[in-house]
Design a protein. Structure first.
Length: 435
């Protein structure tokens, strides 16, 4: 992402905020993993989206029309001793020179400076309730302005959640965002290929997971979320992340893993036989899920509604489950009664972007959102039949299948970003265990 793109986003946001307003946005806090060990720092997505600034302990302020500059950044000061221990810092000087800040201050001075930036403005765009500690500081600054306002300066009297505006912006991906997401999906897709090639009976789930670590880190990527690598019965646990069981011949392996590249996520699921050959029952269910996914993807186009891909998937799955004798009854009635939910209990997708379950409303005015160019979503139908499922023949037990791709809405249809990972039965059977 170029500095120009970040500047464009800030301008767009300030246009929407209007004059006499100010936006305040802290980045994410650093998180302790255990004792004095921290998790790797990841900036808040909204904060990074607007600043391109990746250091912890930073706060962005946008003050439209401010004489000394509209984009103000508070960040850590340069400190040779601290930098020797914990790494380089950009510092306020670097924030101006390299990140386009009009004005930058040490984060330690925020109590002295920030109230003055709010003073005299009507509206404050700030999202309450995400960070209790920062909410408290905001209240303190406001009280100070109020206490000092007898001189005639007005205290802001309108608070608006900043995230409404920013999240709607983030829902529409620009050309360079789509380029970044294409790359994230490509890296993840080739990691899935690696994992398929490496899989054979007797391996541990985490040994297959290691293929993703290798494929992602060599491209400078992180996992966009905790990967799911579940064989057999574990494939039927939707958020299984232990990844510590042995893989057996005859089982299916479900892998849900995506790369984060330049702070943009990919999210891909593939399901394939550990031993390289689908059983008849596995193949029947797999092809049903694949048909449902194709049908759902065909519904991705401008003008359709968010729910159309889901409805298409449900229709195909329910019909197929009746044909296989797993559901019994009239297809339309089974759909109406949501009978499929015993085997397909999640939705067919979610928005995808800087966050894997990305921001953006799914409904507008009570109606499913209309799809528009630049929106990116996952399409991920599945079927899960754990052992012991009542009224379902044993041959279907312990089969868990999900097929997930990343799909962008284009001018007149869709673009699949994650095409590099095979999903047709013959392609999969040719590749599994071949590495
Ligand atoms: Zn997903
Ligand atoms: Mg996923």
């Amino acid at each position: 992402m170029t500095p120009k793109e970040f500047a464009r986003r800030r301008r767009q946001l300030m246009r929407m905020m209007g004059p006499d307003s100010v936006a305040i946005l802290p980045t994410a806090p650093e998180c302790i993993r255990n004792r004095d060990v921290e998790f790797p720092f990841r900036p808040d997505s909204d904060f990074y989206y607007l600043t391109g600034f990746h250091e912890p302990e930073a706060v962005m302020v946008l003050a439209p029309g401010r004489e000394h500059g509209e984009f103000i950044l508070f960040c850590r000061e340069r400190d040779p001793v601290r930098e020797t221990w914990t790494g380089r810092r950009v510092g306020p000087g670097g924030a101006c020179n390299d990140y386009g800040a009009d004005d930058a201050f040490p984060i330690g001075d925020i109590d002295d400076i920030l109230p003055g930036l709010m003073e005299g403005r009507e509206r404050v765009f700030y999202t309450m309730g995400l960070r209790g500690d920062f909410d408290q500081r905001m209240l303190g600054w406001l009280n100070r302005i109020r206490a000092g306002s007898r001189g005639g300066e007005r205290t802001p009297d309108e608070f608006i959640a900043l995230e409404h505006l920013v999240h709607d912006m983030r829902l529409y991906k620009s050309a360079s965002e789509l380029r970044t997401m294409r790359r994230a999906a490509k890296i993840a897709a080739s990691a899935h290929v690696r994992a398929m090639q490496a899989t054979r009976p007797g391996l541990m789930e985490y040994a297959v997971e290691a293929e993703f670590a290798h494929a992602f880190r060599r491209e400078g990527c992180e996992h966009a979320y905790s990967p799911i690598v579940g064989g057999g019965a574990n494939a039927c646990i939707l958020h299984y992340t232990e990844n510590n069981a042995r893989l057996n011949d005859g089982e299916l392996l479900l892998i849900d893993a995506g790369a984060e590249h330049d702070y943009y996520a990919s999210d891909i699921t593939r399901t394939f036989p550990v031993g390289g050959r689908f059983s008849k029952a596995q193949r029947a269910l797999y092809e049903l899920v694949l048909d449902a996914q194709y049908a759902a993807i065909e519904e991705v186009r401008p003008g359709n509604h968010w729910n159309d891909p889901h409805d298409a998937a449900v229709k195909v799955l329910t019909k197929g489950l009746v044909q296989l004798g797993i559901l019994k009854g009239n297809v339309r009635k089974l759909i109406k009664d949501e009978a499929y939910k015993r085997f397909y209990m999640h939705r067919t997708g979610h928005w995808l972007g800087m966050d894997v379950h990305d921001v953006g409303d799914y409904k507008v005015g009570g109606e499913w959102r209309v799809l528009e160019k630049g929106m990116v979503m996952t399409v991920e139908p599945g079927l899960y039949i754990p052992a012991g499922t009542k009224g379902v023949a044993k041959k279907w037990w312990d089969i868990g299948i999900r097929i997930e791709d990343d799909v962008a809405v284009t001018k007149d249809g869709y673009e699949i970003l994650s095409t590099g990972a095979p999903k047709a039965v013959d392609e999969i059977e040719a590749i599994v265990g071949s590495g």
